[in-house]
Design a protein around this ligand. Structure first.
Ligand code: HSE
Length: 298
């Protein structure tokens, strides 16, 4: 009747895979607890680590729990605590972690009756509550774990992709906030066919590289010629970080979600450490505070 869970941060988009490719990070995330109550309905008893609303219908986590309790016809309620391990507006799927964690936790207490796909749909509702649009890339990565492809939105289809064993992510989160909506407003509405071809060929290459443990192919395909050029002016010193990462041996680097977090993928712990140091040195003189992490993709 009591459950404590970890809800992971997620990187989604992954370069060329705008709104369609994502992965879960195991070093950073939220902690949430779920307690069955005799009284029906959902309540949030404590939120720490970020200043989020306790309003049941406006908080991504409680809104999802409420929907699941109703859908499952539960004759009990759930009391929720949320400890945010990373900041909203970071590009690391903060609301998605809350929404996906809520869906996972509530499902356990109602008897584990929903599939991962159904949980993703519940969690997308939480994303909509928090950000105004029901994007699936972050929530599906948080629910399924590892690397995922949102193959279709209507009907929703999520493909779990393999993760090569030595793949690591290094990320830097400059302490500024970018709203997803603002980062979507700068995107082009139409793109040249030639650019679309480059982009979807890279998505294919990246996925093929994941299936075949081909780090060179992953590296060559980790490119985004459409979204990154439009968004990078919003992220101070983006090119410096990307260049530092690649010079230190990263497979590639890009914007995590809608930013400002910048991620680099690396092969192996040793290179990841080098990339971490190199990015850190490049950012230390900018005058902008930042946090960093290295993680496996799980
Ligand atoms: N993929 C979204 C974007 C962010 O880049 O705007 C989170 O879903």
């Amino acid at each position: 009747d009591y459950l404590k869970i970890f809800a992971p941060a997620t990187v989604a988009n992954v370069s060329c895979g705008f709104d369609s490719l994502g992965f879960a990070v195991d070093a950073v995330g939220d902690e949430m607890t779920f307690t069955k109550t005799a009284e029906k309905g959902v309540k949030i008893t404590n939120i720490t680590g970020a200043d989020l609303t306790y309003n049941i219908d406006e908080n991504a986590a409680s809104a999802v729990v409420k929907k699941i309790l109703k859908d499952a016809n539960a004759d009990f309620g759930i009391a929720l605590t949320i400890h945010k391990g990373f900041a909203p507006g970071s590009g690391l799927g903060s609301s998605a972690a809350s929404a996906a964690g809520a869906a996972f936790g509530a499902n356990q207490l109602v008897g584990n009756i929903y599939s991962d796909l159904e949980l993703t749909k519940f969690a997308m509702f939480g994303e909509e509550v928090a950000c105004g649009s029901a994007i699936a890339d972050n929530v599906s990565a948080a629910i399924y774990g590892g690397f995922v492809l949102v193959r279709s939105y209507d009907p929703l289809e999520i493909i779990k992709l393999p993760v090569p064993g030595e793949l690591r992510v290094v990320a830097i989160h400059p302490q500024i906030e970018i709203k997803t909506k603002d980062a979507r407003d700068v995107l082009p509405i139409e793109i040249p066919l030639k650019d679309a071809v480059t982009q979807w060929a890279n998505v294919g290459g990246l996925i093929s590289g994941l299936y075949t443990d081909n780090y060179n192919l992953i590296s060559n395909s980790l490119v985004d010629i459409i979204v990154e050029p439009a968004r990078k002016p919003l992220i101070p010193f983006f090119d410096d970080v990307k260049n530092a990462a690649i010079k230190a041996g990263a497979l590639g680097a890009g914007i995590s979600g809608s930013g400002p977090t910048i991620f680099a993928l690396c092969k192996g712990d040793e290179i990841a450490e080098k990339v971490y140091k190199s990015i850190k040195e490049s950012y230390q003189n900018t005058g902008i505070d930042f946090e960093m992490f290295i993680s496996k993709i799980n």
